[in-house]
Design a protein around this ligand. Structure first.
Ligand code: B12
Length: 209
């Protein structure tokens, strides 16, 4: 299945993507495996965009096809949550200047299904809005997503503001999305980097221990 789905996603073949996703769900395939195949397809779309074989219109279609497919996968993903004893409160969002939310939405679904309270602020979230939400919800984790390299600065600013507001000692910070890796996350002052939804849940559980 993996290859078929990767290919269908890379070719932006909406019907083939949705048919294959439905088949895999019926077959009982792990929803995270299905998401992984679709993400590999999206990676190819991104590479083709880089090579100027695809353009903005294709990126938009790719995002749309993925969102449609995700609606079919979501119920299975919700059942998969890793039940947690830790009752953490998380404020999550895509940082200022960045509109990518597909990955963040998957991570949010997985965190909610695992028992966390999650306040999702959406995309293009300025530092001040993150801080306001943390104060309002008394959150103990700030989770930031960024796919654009230029958006890293906004994530760094948010952590700086957290420090300025004297909240840094009680709020842990986790970052994820294609703009980050372990090193970048550390460099901007985060506590952790999460590579995928499972990682996100496990790390958030660990951060609260
Ligand atoms: C779809 C897409 C879009 C869609 C987004 C739709 C949407 N609603 O999100 C649209 C068309 C809007 C778009 C726009 C643009 N895009 Co775009 N896009 C993509 C594409 C093809 C796929 C992204 C995606 O959804 N991947 C699938 C998800 C599941 O993966 P993910 O986001 O990485 O998330 C996973 C993990 O990273 C992690 N994760 C994610 N967030 C978090 C958060 C936490 C806390 C944790 C722990 C984990 C975590 O878990 C997720 C699940 O496994 C990528 C290519 C790529 N390789 O990523 C380019 C890409 C990100 N885009 C790119 C660009 C350049 C743009 C534009 C500037 C294009 C333009 N000329 O306008 C604009 C920018 C708009 C803006 N201001 O943000 C570049 C970025 C280059 C860079 N290094 O900065 C990429 C890499 C393409 C490329 N190769 O050039 N894009």
């Amino acid at each position: 299945m993996a290859d078929l789905l990767v290919e269908a996603m890379a070719n932006l073949d909406r019907n083939a993507v949705l048919d294959n996703v439905e088949k895999e769900i019926k077959r009982g395939t792990d929803p995270l495996k299905i998401i992984e195949s679709l993400s590999q397809g999206l990676k190819i779309v991104g590479d083709l965009y880089d090579k100027k074989e695809y353009f903005l219109a294709e990126l938009i279609t790719a995002g749309d096809v993925f969102q449609n497919a995700f609606q079919k996968i979501k119920p299975a993903l919700e059942k998969k949550g890793l039940r947690t004893q830790v009752r953490g409160k998380i404020v999550i969002g895509t940082v200022r200047g960045d509109l990518h939310d597909i990955g963040k939405n998957i991570v949010t679904t997985m965190l909610v299904s695992s028992g966390f309270y999650v306040e999702d602020l959406g995309v293009d979230v300025p530092a001040e809005k993150f801080i306001e939400a943390i104060k309002k919800t008394d959150a103990n984790i700030l989770a930031m997503s960024a796919l654009l390299t230029v958006a890293l600065e906004a994530a760094k600013e948010t952590i700086k503001l957290l420090e300025k507001e004297n909240l840094r000692n009680r709020v842990k910070v986790i970052c994820g999305g294609a703009a980050f890796d372990e090193n970048t996350a550390k460099r901007i002052g985060a506590d952790a980097y999460g590579k995928d939804p499972l990682d996100a849940v496990k790390i958030c559980q660990k951060l609260l221990r």
